[in-house]
Design a protein around this ligand. Sequence first.
Ligand code: DCM
Ligand code: DCM
Ligand code: DCM
Ligand code: ZN
Ligand code: ZN
Length: 265
Amino acid sequence: WGDDGHYAVCKIAQGYFEEETVVAVKKLLPESANGELAAVCSWPDEIKKLPQWRWTSALHFADTPDYKCNYEYSRDCPKDWCVTGAIFNYTNQLMSASEISQSIVRYNLTEALMFLSHYMGDIHQLLHEGFIGDLGGNKIKVHWYNQETNLHRVWDDMIIESALETYYNSSLPRMIQALQAKLKNGWSNDVPSWESCQLNQTACPNPYASESIDLACKYAYRNATAGTTLGDYYFVSRLPVVEKRLAQGGIRLAATLNRIYSTKS
Ligand code: DCM
Ligand code: DCM
Ligand code: DCM
Ligand code: ZN
Ligand code: ZN
């Protein structure tokens, strides 16, 4: 996602934090965040091109084989070096430090929190599990209305930008409020299943990656080959998918952090 998508995911997550999570997150946030996780959720994108952070740039996605439309950890996350592996890794770092017995903290936990929060957003962007051959849609040049762009950017930014202009008076807070309302109404019965993880697991990103590439084949790549002009039909039919993925990302980030910081055994 672009900045707006990451902000929305983290803002939604904040509303589902349990008490212990609120306290733990507040302790780790940098001053610049002003107590808001959402304020720092784009940080991994800001730093990924700097020489000392270049190693993180492949952790934003897990590309999958062309036209397979499925995801497998062992095949698509070699040496754990992908968004799924990164979510496991930063969850483990935050877990090991949250255990009281652990007196030596070996990691920068502020960075770990910001990476986990960002990557939990990215894994829900369908084209972050897109095909290797087109770099998750980056190589597919399309027009978004009359603007030249690529299919990846349509899903990172353009659908959200057009939604803000068309439905939310260009206000991101209003769009977030609408998603929060859907979580309380239309999606309320789905939320428990979104939150749940296999027995004893703290993070479970593999199913999220599988969902993303499945939906990418059904919605993102469909009718969007190179040179296509995407307009009203594509926008109106894909926006519900984007909105649901932002909401799921927020719910699952909160659920994961709640499991990390829960004192219940
Ligand atoms: N894992 C791994 N290699 C795999 C699958 C998983 O290293 N092929 C790791 C990542 C997690 C843990 O195992 O830390 C649990 O993964 P899973 O959810 O796949 O059981
Ligand atoms: N990206 C991806 N798969 C790739 C390469 C990049 O999903 N193989 C994503 C990461 C960014 C966007 O595409 O969200 C643009 O990448 P970059 O900023 O590295 O050009
Ligand atoms: N959708 C999705 N994930 C699914 C199934 C559907 O994101 N597993 C998309 C298709 C719909 C939108 O989300 O356009 C809303 O779906 P629903 O009304 O089933 O919640
Ligand atoms: Zn992206
Ligand atoms: Zn990213």
